[in-house]
Design a protein around this ligand. Structure first.
Ligand SMILES: Nc1ncnc2c1ncn2[C@@H]1O[C@H](COP(=O)(O)OP(=O)(O)OP(=O)(O)O)[C@@H](O)[C@H]1O
Ligand SMILES: [Mg+2]
Length: 223
């Protein structure tokens, strides 16, 4: 069987931040390849550069050296930094929902911002897929943390990204809620054939992904 197409490719990513003591090198040389539908986990101690790496992979920040590309259907692999939001979806630890918008509006806003073709029916279907069919009109303040994160997962998927980047998506949730959100996350990406890069501190969650990496000393190595 031919290998699935590459949806995310990083080569030689380097990133340093200025600090009073001189440049703080966070990523020395990171290589990562993710193929369509694959799930990948990245663990690493606090401050090892996991969030920095996800931001480079998704085009939210720019590397000092190296390349980060992702697949935009119809266009092939494109540089992450000039195509923010086009081929990737993000899920953050603290949900990052718009407080004045309902669950449904939060999901739809993501479609409108990128000019995508997704409509209200699709947003509703995604919210139903994450178990929130009865919460469409709720504001974030009227939802539990786990429910907010499920809205964020639906929002991340509305533009049909090739890859979803999730930064400690269960970090703010209690153990049982986190396990349920993780189960849903893994289920919806599998159903939709979306690749997943999951940053997590949990060995248990990491073990459920296809490929496991650890970030330390500015580079990825197999877990
Ligand atoms: N904008 C910035 N300016 C300066 N230093 C930064 C900046 N962003 C991150 N850093 C530093 O880079 C290092 C890596 O940060 P990062 O947030 O990527 O770590 P992390 O692995 O995600 O940690 P955690 O598990 O706590 O979320 C940290 O030492 C942090 O202080
Ligand atoms: Mg982080």
């Amino acid at each position: 069987m031919p290998e699935a197409p590459i949806v995310l490719a990083a080569q030689g990513l380097r990133k340093a931040f200025a600090s009073p003591a001189g440049p703080l090198v966070v990523l020395r040389s990171v290589d990562l390849t993710v193929r369509a539908g694959e799930s990948v986990s990245i663990r690493g101690s606090s401050g090892s550069g996991k969030t920095t790496l996800l931001q480079l992979l998704g085009g939210l920040d720019v590397a000092d050296a190296g390349a980060a590309d992702f697949l935009v259907p119809g266009r092939g692999l494109v540089p992450a930094r000039r195509n923010l939001g086009k081929g990737v979806g993000f899920v953050f630890q603290n949900y990052q929902l718009m407080p004045e918008l309902t669950a449904l509006e939060n999901v739809l806003l993501a479609a409108r911002i990128t000019g995508g073709s997704a409509d209200a029916a699709e947003a509703r279907a995604l919210l139903e897929a994450v178990g929130l069919g009865a919460r469409l009109g709720h504001l974030p303040a009227q939802l539990s943390g786990g429910e907010c994160q499920r809205v964020a997962i639906a929002r991340a998927l509305i533009n049909r990204p090739s890859v979803l980047l999730a930064d400690e998506p269960t970090g703010n949730l209690d153990e049982a809620t986190g396990a349920e959100v993780m189960r849903l996350l893994l289920q919806v990406v599998k159903e939709r054939g979306t690749a997943l890069v999951l940053v997590t501190h949990s060995r248990e969650f990491a073990a459920r992904t296809d490929h496991q990496w650890v970030l330390s000393n500015g580079a990825l190595s197999p877990a």
